[in-house]
Design a protein around this ligand. Sequence first.
Ligand code: NAG
Ligand code: NAG
Ligand code: NAG
Length: 141
Amino acid sequence: MKVLAFFILALALAAPAFGITFDRCSLAHELYSLDVPMDQLARWTCIAERESSYRTGVVGPTNSNGSNDYGIFQINNYYWCQPANGRFSYNECNLSCDDLLTDDISDSVRCARQIQRQQGWTAWATWKYCNGTLPSIDSCF
Ligand SMILES: *[C@@H]1O[C@H](CO)[C@@H](O)[C@H](O)[C@H]1NC(C)=O
Ligand SMILES: *[C@@H]1O[C@H](CO)[C@@H](O)[C@H](O)[C@H]1NC(C)=O
Ligand SMILES: *[C@@H]1O[C@H](CO)[C@@H](O)[C@H](O)[C@H]1NC(C)=O
């Protein structure tokens, strides 16, 4: 009984409160269906893997400047989305940060692509793992 209780507790701690977890190919398919060009899919899936382990529901640990990063692409709440606590944000994506945590990733994808257009791929600190040659995404299709 004790063992079972421990097991259930461990599961509860391990499971995200909400959100879904993609894998490389399921995310590639979803991105493609949201009009992301085929030749960007390997990059975006690499960034999602590094930023969130493909999980949609993640709010990252608080950054040293007090901001937080949201969702599958870990989008920052000082520039891009409005946090629910009313803290100042430029909110460039004109979104509530909570909209970046949902199972439906269309807001995350729209905002991430806006960031990429405005700032380039280097907006993501994990870009250093995702630049250069990546494994082909073709096997997913
Ligand atoms: C706060 O830190 C995050 C993560 O390092 C960064 O993306 C963001 O640009 C910083 N914001 C400010 C206002 O410095
Ligand atoms: C921002 O979003 C709100 C509500 O979704 C909308 O009414 C408003 O027109 C948007 N503003 C811009 C600048 O797109
Ligand atoms: C990406 O990689 C290429 C080739 O290795 C390199 O020339 C380029 O400077 C890198 N870009 C960034 C932004 O890191």
